[in-house]
Structures are given as structure tokens and as C-alpha cells.
Design a protein around this ligand. Structure first.
Ligand code: AMO
Length: 346
């Protein structure tokens, strides 16, 4: 059943609906129990068929019937827990409208793997230039539900290619209460089609069906071939979990394949995205499985201790999108004052 936002309940009076959000408040009377559920649009009052004991900020899915007497509420509700906070949050959280965020570019850990990260001497300590706002945008889903950021990303790319720069503008988005990566792809599609003034739908192929032989990733030649066979814009989903970053959600039925995707445009990847892990324990397992120390991600992992909804997001590489749209091809042509291996001025 499609999720209904709290602000749309009035349009569903008499119907069975599904709403999702955080437990904002709860109240128990002698023979009835009330919850107030908060989503990005506002609050919904829920009257429970059976009382439940839940921590504040538990992430919930509620099914019930919309009534208007004595007021607009969801009655006979069944409650399912989507994510359980490990402990009560230290402060009360309120979540207004979707927000543009600006996150630090000097950071303490590599988010996209350690291979192409710029190291900085930070008052005698090691710091890094942010490869992406990944961990921050995820944490802010727990506050605003939907966030986006337009900002610089830094990659110490050893390759001298027309598709890699050391610094580029990344258009990042992250959204909560998704079912799986397909919901993220729907938002990606709307966003990219609007930017390109193009029409969809964009075809989706599975990695297994388009890779060359047993290769664990797509080569630039593969990307060109896939677009030649399937269209200008093509989603590839289901990349091998081992090849994606640790925060990527595996396909629950076949964990070797992930819920990560790329969007190819005229033969080149311009977007990466995925559903993310959202449970604290899953992060500990995923980090350890990759030989990464959970201690260096402690600040990030903290967000997952207080109840994060299922979420996902994507990043559009702006110079790549422009290079493909204009036919210029080389990112040095679409970036003001480009930075690459040999260029640090002007
Ligand atoms: P990824 O590392 O695939 O994913 O980067 C996202 C997009 O950024 C662009 N890009 C680059 N553009 C120019 N020069 C580079 N060196 C470079 N590296 C990447 C590409 C790519 O598709 N955190 C994830 C995104 C997410 O899952 O939300 C990430 O950074 O267009």
C-alpha cells in the first residue's frame, strides 16, 4: 500500500492507509492508547487497537482507517517498527521542511574508500578532504527526512582522464522512508530528466545482464556499449556489494548483489546512488567485514543509534552531466579553473 503523508490524510477519509514516520509523542489512557506520528509534512494522531510500549523517536509504519470524528485521526491502527532506537536520544528532535545543507569539507575519515583521498596536515593530525558529503547527508535524514547539498567533492584520482578531476561539484540528495533503491531511482530520474529537459521513462538493466564476462565492475567501454544497446540514459542496478561502499544496502534475497545503482548518460556514468544500511548493527558488521575500524566512524554511527528510517540517495557529478549534455566530453572543458593531477593554477 502506498505511503500517505500526514498532510494528505483528509483526502483519504474512510479509507485504509499506511503512514510512516517517527514516534513524536504517546499517551496511554485506561482503555485506549494514542500516538502522534511525525513525518516530513507534519503530525498525525493515531488511535491504537492494542497498546504498545515504544521509545520516543522509534521509526514506525502505521496502517489504519482515516476518520474525522472526533477529529482527523487514524483508527484501529496496526503498528510495525521499521527501526528501533538503541537508546533514548539525548535531545528532542523536531523536523521541519526539506533542507539544503552545507557539510564540512575537512573530515576525519574516508567515506568512499581510502584509495583516492587527499590527506591534509591538520594541526599535526591527519585529516582528509571530503570525497563526498555521504555520511553527513545520511545523518541529516534523521533530522529533516529529505536533504540536498550542492558542494565540492575532492578525489585524489591517479588517472589522467577526461572524466576525472581532483575537485568537482557534486549534487547530492538523500531521502528517508523509501521501500528500496527503486524509490531513489524514481527521484533521480525526475531530477535528471528535468535538468536535461528530456522525457522518460529511463530503462533499467541489471548489472548481471550487462557486465562483460565475470568482471566485478563496468569499464568505460562497457558503459558505452550499454548506452549504445539500451539508450542515451540507462540505469544499471544491482552492482556487486563488495564493489560498493560499506554503507550500501545488499539485496536481501541475494546479498552478493547490492541495492546500488548508476545512471549512464551517453556512455558515461553521471550518477551513483543506493539504498543505504539503516540499522546500527548492520554498520558494525559491514565495516568489520571490510577491515574498517568502527571507531573511526563513531560520530557517524551515533546517528544510527537513535532510529534512522530506511533511506537512500544519490550524487550527480555536475561536470560530467554538463560534459555529456553539451557533447564536450572532457571535464576540463566544463569546469571553471579545473583541478587535475598536473593543474593547480590558475
Ligand atoms: P561516486 O563516488 O560514484 O558516489 O560519485 C558520484 C558521482 O560523482 C562523479 N564523480 C566525479 N566527477 C569528476 N571527477 C571525479 N574524480 C569524480 N568521481 C566521481 C560521477 C559519479 O557518478 N557517495 C556516493 C554517491 C551516493 O551514493 O549518494 C558517491 O560519492 O558523476
Amino acid at each position: 500500500m502506498e505511503r500517505v503523508l500526514s498532510s494528505d490524510l483528509a483526502a483519504h477519509v474512510g479509507e485504509l492507509v499506511t503512514i510512516q514516520g517517527w514516534l513524536h509523542r504517546q499517551r496511554r489512557l485506561a482503555n485506549v492508547s494514542f500516538l502522534v506520528l511525525r513525518d516530513r509534512a507534519g503530525l498525525a494522531q493515531v488511535v491504537l487497537a492494542e497498546p504498545v510500549e515504544l521509545l520516543p523517536e522509534t521509526v514506525l509504519e502505521v496502517r489504519g482507517r482515516v476518520v474525522t470524528e472526533p477529529q482527523l485521526e487514524v483508527h484501529d491502527a496496526q503498528v510495525a517498527v521499521l527501526a528501533q532506537p538503541a537508546e533514548q536520544a539525548p535531545l528532542e528532535l523536531h523536523r521541519p521542511q526539506p533542507k539544503e545543507i552545507h557539510t564540512p569539507k575537512l573530515v576525519g575519515a574516508a567515506t568512499e574508500g581510502g584509495a583516492n583521498v587527499f590527506r591534509v596536515d591538520y594541526f599535526g593530525r591527519d585529516a582528509f578532504l571530503a570525497q563526498s558529503p555521504q555520511l553527513y547527508k545520511q545523518a541529516m535524514v534523521g533530522v529533516f527526512e529529505r536533504v540536498y547539498e550542492v558542494g565540492p567533492a575532492f578525489r585524489a584520482e591517479p588517472h589522467d582522464t577526461g572524466r576525472h578531476l581532483s575537485e568537482f561539484t557534486s549534487l547530492d540528495a538523500e531521502l528517508g522512508f523509501i521501500r528500496d533503491h527503486r524509490d531513489v531511482m524514481t527521484v533521480t530520474e525526475a531530477c535528471v530528466l528535468a535538468m536535461l529537459e528530456a522525457t522518460g521513462p529511463i530503462p533499467v538493466v541489471h548489472f548481471e545482464d550487462v557486465r562483460s564476462g565475470d568482471e566485478p565492475d563496468l569499464s568505460p567501454e562497457d558503459e558505452r556499449r550499454i548506452c549504445a544497446e539500451h539508450g542515451e540514459l540507462v540505469f544499471v542496478e544491482g552492482f556487486p556489494t563488495a564493489k560498493r561502499a560499506f554503507y550500501t544496502h545488499p539485496d536481501p534475497d541475494r546479498p552478493a548483489w547490492s541495492r546500488g545503482f548508476d545512471l549512464l548518460y551517453r556512455g558515461t556514468e553521471i550518477v551513483s546512488g543506493a539504498q543505504r544500511l539503516h540499522r546500527y548493527d548492520d554498520y558494525l558488521t559491514a565495516l568489520r567485514a571490510r577491515g574498517l575500524d568502527p571507531a573511526s566512524f563513531a560520530g557517524y554511527l551515533q546517528a544510527f543509534r537513535y532510529g534512522m528510517p530506511p533511506h537512500g540517495g544519490f550524487a550527480i557529478g555536475l561536470p560530467r552531466l554538463v560534459a555529456q549534455a553539451t557533447g564536450l566530453g572532457n571535464l576540463r572543458e566544463t569546469t571553471l579553473f579545473p583541478r587535475d593531477r598536473s593543474r593547480l593554477t590558475p
